[in-house]
Design a protein around this ligand. Structure first.
Ligand code: GLU
Length: 425
């Protein structure tokens, strides 16, 4: 039998569930949340584990493990993405589901929090295998999703095509076309205009507010972006259009730097052709890790969890951090960043543009009436800006970081909804 080993300090720091609970506990304590409510909101409502048999292209039968976690359904149906990655774990999905509860509450949209994940490596799967995994996973969580129950969306390594397969599988089972069961769909299938850019656009909107708070302007502000997937690349375009200078971009393989600013159109085209940023001619190659500590004014981590930790937080030179990813900063790093007076716009606020336009998509699907891009963007901007100011004012009032203020605002909204509903017995 393998010896039982205690997790070491670094493992505690990078466990996403512990990272989440550290912030939750601090915000709950400051709110003087009752012990009972504390217990309820610290845990998920429902956790589904499925084992998904799939016929592989080479004739083998393989079994994949998937999860869907409902953290809270107090304010509305569950809402949150589905990610496909080899390192998906139940603790990660629990944390991500809970972050969705707080995110939807911060921007005040009528959803609870949910998240899903399948342990698989999409880089080595064929399109057919991905489709079969997606459809079987959907079939196995079918009773727990639906427009009024839980509405999945894209996340790491899932996209519009995956959402279309989920929508089709669900629709076949209920024997009608149900577009509102997922968001982030293609626009030909009930998707919303502006959804693809929404998370990056939301990051740009809060970045504009954050730099203003710091007495800076978008024009010429030097930005480093970690991650060049949907969020990182769309944020790069949106911020470039506002006058920011994108000096560094990293992906999972490496990073590139140009102090005069990278040409984002050319970089995007290069990545399309080569699948990585390294080798882009008009830049120097730097270490992937150095993108976080390079000479810049604003840092946008848009990759995965645990990138800014107690090990590198001290070396960060940016004055503002806008979190495009979920959970990119550990709780220990938060303390260091606060001591350094770096303004951190927390994930549950700064990346909420995606779920906000998901909400618009769900509304449009249920009405069968679609909005113009201008309507989507205007409404998104209104929500992101006012949420930024709500959180910023709460941070000043309680003398806490914007992250703790965002949690306090969100926990208070969810706790109020639960209190007025009462506990069904
Ligand atoms: N996966 C995204 C997030 O983490 C989007 C969720 C959604 O649109 O429901 O916010």
């Amino acid at each position: 039998m393998a010896p039982i080993t205690q997790p070491n300090a670094a493992e505690h720091e990078t466990n996403p569930l512990e990272a989440l609970q550290a912030r939750f506990d601090e915000a709950a304590r400051r709110l003087q949340l009752s012990e009972g409510m504390w217990k309820v909101l610290r845990t998920s409502t429902r956790e589904i584990t499925v084992h998904i048999p799939v016929n592989m292209d080479d004739g083998r039968l393989e079994v994949f493990t998937g999860y869907r976690v409902h953290h809270s359904l107090a304010r509305g149906p569950g809402k949150g993405g589905i990610r496909y990655a080899p390192d998906v774990s139940i603790d990660e999905v629990r944390a991500l589901a809970s972050w969705m509860t707080w995110k939807c509450a911060v921007v005040n949209i009528p959803f609870g929090g949910a998240k899903g994940g399948v342990i698989c490596d999409p880089r080595i799967l064929s399109a057919g295998e991905l489709e079969r995994i997606t459809r079987r996973y959907t079939a196995q969580i079918l009773e727990f999703i639906g427009p009024e129950r839980d509405v999945p969306a894209p996340d790491v390594n899932t996209n519009e095509q995956v959402m279309a397969w989920i929508m089709d599988t669900y629709s076949m089972h209920v024997n009608l076309t149900s577009t509102a069961v997922v968001t982030g769909k293609p626009t030909s299938l009930g998707g919303s205009l502006g959804r693809r850019e929404a998370t990056g656009r939301g990051c740009m909107i809060v970045a504009n507010e954050a730099v203003a708070v710091r007495g800076m302007k978008p024009q010429g502000t030097r930005v480093a972006i970690q991650g060049f997937g949907n969020v990182g690349s769309m944020a790069a375009f949106q911020m470039r259009d506002q006058g920011y200078k994108i000096v560094a971009v990293a992906d999972m393989y490496g990073a590139v730097y140009n102090s005069n600013g990278l040409d984002i159109d050319k970089l995007f085209a290069y990545v399309r052709a080569n699948n990585e940023v390294v080798g882009f001619p008009e830049a120097e190659k730097i270490d992937r890790a150095d993108v976080l500590t390079c000479d810049c004014d604003l840092l946008l981590p848009a990759a995965t969890e645990n990138q800014i930790t107690s090990k590198n937080a001290n070396s960060i030179r940016a004055k503002v951090i806008v979190e495009g990813a979920n959970g990119p900063t550990t709780a220990q790093a938060d303390d260091i960043l606060r001591q350094k007076d770096i303004l951190v716009v927390p994930d549950i606020l700064s990346n909420a543009g995606g779920v906000t336009v998901s909400y618009f998509e769900w509304v449009q699907d249920r009405q069968g009436y679609f909005w113009t891009l201008d309507e989507v963007n205007t409404r998104l901007e209104r929500i992101m800006r006012s949420s930024f100011h709500d959180v910023h004012e709460a941070a000043q009032k309680h003398n806490v970081s914007m992250r703790i203020a965002a949690y306090m605002l969100a926990i208070d909204r969810v706790a109020k909804a639960m209190t007025i509903r009462g506990i069904y017995a």
